[in-house]
Structures are given as C-alpha cells and as structure tokens.
Design a protein. Sequence first.
Length: 346
Amino acid sequence: MKLILGIESSCDETGIALYHSECGLLAHALHSQVAMHNEYGGVVPELASRDHIRHVLPLIRAAVQEAGCRLQDVDAIAYTKGPGLSGALLVGASVACSLAYALAIPTIGIHHMEGHLLSPLLSDPAPQFPFVALLVSGGHTQLMRVDGVGQYTLLGETVDDAAGEAFDKSAKLLGLDYPGGVFLSKLAQHGQAGRFKLPRPMLHSGDLDFSFSGLKTAVLTLTRQHTPDEQKTLDEQTRADIAHATQEAIVGVLVSKSLAALKQTGLNQLVVAGGVGANQQLRAQLNQAADKYGFHVFYPDLEFCTDNGAMIAFAGALRLQQQEGKFDYRFNVKPRWDLQEINAAT
C-alpha cells in the first residue's frame, strides 16, 4: 500500500492531490490563475511562477488535512517534470524534491500529457489496455496507441496549432475573454447552424495528423468580411454563428481522425483526455459515433479534464508499481518533452 502526493505546476493551475494505491483518490486541491491572467489576455509566465510559489505549500497542507493523514505518511512524491513553462515547472519540482529529501522518500517526475492520458482510469468504468487516446489541449493534439503504462505509440499529431490553441485564438478574434475556448463554446450554443462553413484542415489527408492554423486564418477572414465599416465589432448573432462554425470545424476533424485511428489499429476503445476533452459538443459527437459504430469512449471526470494534481498523483502511483522512483534529489525540468521518450523510463 502506497500513498502518493502529486504536484502539478506546468502552466496556470497549481494542483495538489493525495492518491492511495488501494483506497484511491483521498484528496485534491486546485488553484486556478485564470482571473489573474485574464487581465493580460493570456498566460504571463513570470506571474504564473510567482503564483505557484504562493499557493503550492498552502494547497499541500489543505490536501493533507482533507485526507486526514500526515506528511510523514506519504510514501512518494510525484511532480510534473514537463512539458510546460520552465519557471512554473521548477516551482513544483523544487518543492517536490525538497520535501522528499526531508521525508527520505522517492520522487517521480511525470510527463504532463501522460497524466492527462491516464486520467480516465480514475473514472468508473475505466478503459482497459490497449486503447487509442486522443490527447487534446491548448498545447497538444495527438492520437496515441496505448498498450500499457509507458507503452505509447504516436499515430498522428498536429503539424502546427493544437485544437485548444485554435479555440483560444479564434475566440480572441471574436473579442472573447481568456480562456477563450470555454467562452467560444458557450457562445456557439446560440449560433445558427449552417450559416457559415469553415474548412476542415487535413480531413482527407490520408493520415492521422492535424492542422488548425489555417482555420484560425479563415476565422480572421470571416470576421473581417462581416464587420461593417462603421462598427468596430461584429453583431452578437454573427459572433455566435462564427463561433458555432468554428467549433463544428474543430470537433469534426477531431472526431473523424479518432474514428480513423480506431479503424487503423483495430481497437474498440477511445480515451479522450486534456482540456478540450471537456467540450460538450466533442463528447456528444463522439458518443453518437460510439453508438453508431460500436466502440467505447471514455472521458475523465470534468474536474480532471484541465490540469490537476490528481492525474499526477495517479500516474505516479502507476509508475511506482513499476519500481520507478528516485532517491537522488537533484532535479531538472523538461519544458519540451516528447511523450514517446518516456517509453523506456523517466
């Protein structure tokens, strides 16, 4: 039986969790920096790092109290080693390694996207290996074949902007607040279907790669075409209609490529993870496709779609079962880190 403390600090959310190898998730705490970064229209790395410093220790105390345990009961500490913002990653890594040194317990550096990829296993029902994973967030859009923990084969990825990035950039063009993807999805609910048709990049490319930068350009062109000379902004209905078309284009590509990945691999389980995995239109279309074609689709709970400590603690517990964990408390972080590099060991 092992108790794992997880620390997530890759970008703009400080996440802490305690996961027990037999009892499951005992506690988790999260601080979001959205309100702070909204003033600047996006994440400011230096401010993000300083905010992690302010909140990481209070959140650890809160999680330990919620779990009804002591720090001395923790058997290992998992932390996000990368990818992410350098300064933000260093905050979590330094706290994890310092605390582990004081407690004389091992540390486990976790790949941020592995945490997302494995997070649906926290839910009930959970997928069984092997499965296809659609990793879709602000910085990543990838399709992976997952045969086990640390056994990942890249099937396709974005050649430019990620899907979440396309959501956010399109939202900014429509004058929406940060984080734009969330607001664009809400606005799209009021849009008229069929008024605008936006391109589905690489939909018929014959491979499993993605491209969303051209979609952003198409949204820019559309907004300019429908902004009257005497006005500075679009009228509300046109904004909603463009938002609807944008979401339809992004979701359409994600669903189509996911179905192609299932067909190519011969697998019948799809895991969707990452922030965009919370998008209700994406879930609705994948659920419809699953009913139609007879495969199973799994999502993390909504609270675990965005960055969180629970996914890091859980991934740490799985890695610890593979006898991973280091008592060498020197640390480094990997702001850029290919998920396939962790196939052997982290």
